[in-house]
Unconditional design. Sequence first.
Length: 371
Amino acid sequence: MKINFVIPCLLGVEGIIADELRSLEAEDVKAENGRVLFSGDENLLARVNICSHFAERVQILVGSFKATTFEELFQGTKNLPWEQWILKDDAFPVKGYSLKSTLFSVSDCQAIIKKAVVERLKSKYGISWFDETGPTHQIQFSIMNDEATLLIDTSGAGLHKRGYRLQSNFAPMKETLAAAICSLAKLKHYHTLYDPMCGSGTLMIEGALYAHNIAPGLNRHFSAERFEVLPKNIWAEERERAKSLEKIDTDFQGFGSDIDGETIKLAMANASRLPIGKKLHFEKRDIRDFKRHTERGTVLVNPPYGERLLDLQEAEALYREMGKVFPQSHGWSYYIITPDEEFETCFGRKADKRRKLYNGMIKCQLYMYFK
């Protein structure tokens, strides 16, 4: 069965996700602002949930239509084939948002969509009441510029929740963003990774997963695993497929350090939950004492900055220090994410390339030095 899907994602990583989807054998891949559309079969539904390093979640696109009145919203929703996914015992809560649209009351839209789905399923199953005691099929709606899009979530908890980070430091980076930075740095299984402000280890761990082609969702569960309409064998098949593509016997190693000893303990605990955790080494160390353990290295850094942890003056003093300890050197590349437009001035040299990314709601630049 051919299914249409939507992946909502962090702004700035749409193209990275589109490339990843093509490598996972998705069809009709189309990147849009803040989301990527694609199509495929039931196995691909499982594959993307298990294997995607960058997606926030995987949603089934049930349909979309113009809706400027509540009647149009009701009829448009009722006309969609909900019975293909929702059986008579399944739960189907509704949530969503409306932006730049005539229908702006989210609670009213929510109630109308729910009623329309109920009416559709009543006519299909010949029953008047739904107990909703079965597996949850979360219906998600978005109304943007009067275009209503109706989706069913297949992931459950966000895909950034890999399962290794039981605790984190004060301002952790989202795992999906960390993975995107590793992709932009073209991290490979024969590289040496450094993060001298590693915090609870997110960039280090995502780097190790990415470099070894380890599926980040391998050890977690997804809401669609309980969907009765999907073949049960797809999940085991796709986990086996993912494991067969791992690169384990490699020369990769990672060195993380941080000025805060407590966050180093967190990083070590997080890394210990992964099979490649032994390739990552952590120590308490000030950035001023940054130490190279190898002849070549890829340095990824998410420094504390004005809007996040330090005031602007402290952050810029830190950037100047980084400029001293990260010299231009053959075999070394540096990738630093910050919202500070003055970063290059403080760091002491212009980046070879810049990429706009969002860390949460904060607009940042990834400054790339690789020449």
